[in-house]
Design a protein around this ligand. Structure first.
Ligand code: FAD
Length: 310
């Protein structure tokens, strides 16, 4: 059994593993894909102290540091069930898809999240070649260029406002006939000179020249007419889905499926902590996930030294 078992091997899980292992306690990481979302990232330019790196390099650096401390990494393993300890201080059980079970006195959940896709032709083909999901991350790559944002909820409208300050022009595409975002954001968006809002529009294709994005095709849902806009970038903002389906009914989740955590990363289950994109902590970024992972590990250590075995 472990003292601390971390489920998820992205930046949050890796930071938790380093912090836990440095306390000299038995630490394990189980991950479907070690590295997490950064594996799918091209340039990373906002991790503090690192001017520029790329996703695979960053993921390899995470793994090297975790291995340096002798952490037991169980890669390519999916956790499917969490069973709380019978009594506080006892062992929490994590069941794996391969039928195995792992036991640990403290568990840190850091299973991250995934961006919801629009599922139109061109989206997969041009991912990282004009199709982007994170305006904080990739906005500056489109400086002076034309972009679209798909989605008129709060995240889409915030992204459009953010991008309008960087790029040449933003077209916001919303499926419904009104924007669902807060009124204050919508009026801010409407005040910007380089933004066009198109509602009641269904994106049908992200077009490209074989190398990169060159436009977006949509259907006017009122008239059925097809339109094509020429642009260089498309930000898909139709939701970030936490990887927490397997925890439903065991750990308290928000209405968006995010694990509810307090300021120290505690969940509602004794001995179970959470960190990173899978939690209610706002702003889903590498530097934030890493900080939260470190915090959860320190909270787990605090729990271990204060809570006797039953
Ligand atoms: P994740 O990175 O999502 O890691 C989750 C881990 O949990 C993975 O190892 C996964 O395999 C594992 N897992 C999930 N479910 C299970 C399960 N049931 N059992 C076992 N393991 C499981 N942020 C920035 O700061 N800068 C950027 O430039 C940037 N660019 C981005 C570009 C793209 C294309 C994307 C998708 C994201 C980008 N982000 C960027 C966001 C950043 O990647 C995330 O905020 C960060 O990776 C979150 O870390 P995490 O550890 O919480 O989760």
């Amino acid at each position: 059994p472990f003292d601390v078992l971390i489920v998820g091997g992205g930046p949050a899980g890796a930071a938790a593993a380093v912090y836990a292992a440095r306390k000299g306690i038995r630490t394990g990481v189980v991950a479907e894909r070690f590295g997490g979302q950064v594996n799918d990232t091209l340039a990373i330019e906002n991790y503090i102290s690192v001017l520029e790196t790329d996703g695979p390099k960053f993921a390899a650096a995470l793994e090297a540091q975790v291995k340096h401390y002798g952490v037991d990494i169980m890669n390519l393993q999916q956790a499917v069930r969490l069973v709380p300890a019978e009594e506080e201080g006892g062992y929490v059980t994590v069941e794996l898809a391969n039928g195995g079970t792992l036991q640990s006195r403290a568990v840190i959940l850091s299973t991250g999240a995934r961006w919801r896709n629009v599922n139109v032709p061109g989206e997969q083909e041009y991912k990282n070649r004009g199709v982007a999901y994170c305006p904080h991350c990739d906005g500056p790559l489109f400086k002076g260029k034309r972009t679209a944002v798909i989605g008129g909820g709060n995240s889409g409208v915030e992204a459009a406002i953010d991008l309008a300050g960087i790029v040449q022009h933003v077209t916001l595409i919303e499926f419904n006939d009104t924007l669902k975002a807060d009124a204050v954001l919508v009026s801010k968006l409407k005040s910007l000179p380089n933004v066009t809002i198109i509602t009641h529009a269904q994106t049908t294709e992200i077009t490209g020249d074989g190398q990169k994005v060159n436009g977006l095709r949509y259907k006017d849902r009122a008239t059925g007419s097809e339109h094509h806009i020429e642009l260089e970038g498309v930000f898909v903002q139709i939701g970030l889905v936490p990887n927490t389906e397997w925890l439903k009914g065991t750990v308290d989740l928000s209405r968006f499926g995010e694990i509810e955590v307090d300021a120290k990363g505690h969940t509602n289950v004794a001995g179970v902590f959470a960190a990173g994109d899978c939690t209610t902590v706002p702003y889903k970024q590498i530097v934030i996930a890493a900080g939260e992972g470190a915090k959860a590990a320190l909270s787990a250590f605090d729990y271990l030294i204060r809570t006797p075995m039953p």
